[in-house]
Design a protein. Structure first.
Length: 69
């Protein structure tokens, strides 16, 4: 019976360690988000280069539909 209790204490230790590691990673994630680690600073500067292509793609189907009618 003593071995069963000793085995259960290992489970409690592992649960405590895993919760501690999870909390550390969560705090690291929240800190990174607050510091702007995941802010996208590249896309807004490049968006103006590709905006004309999106407008042209939208206009092309309209022009082909006018030719058919």
């Amino acid at each position: 019976m003593f071995h069963i209790l000793r085995g259960m204490s290992v489970i409690y230790i592992l649960i405590t360690i895993s919760i501690t590691v999870a909390i550390v990673f969560f705090i690291a994630f929240v800190t990174a988000v607050k510091k702007g680690q995941y802010d996208d600073s590249y896309t807004p500067s490049v968006r103006m280069l590709f905006e004309d292509e999106l407008v042209k793609e939208k206009k092309e189907p309209e022009q082909t539909s006018n030719k058919q009618s």
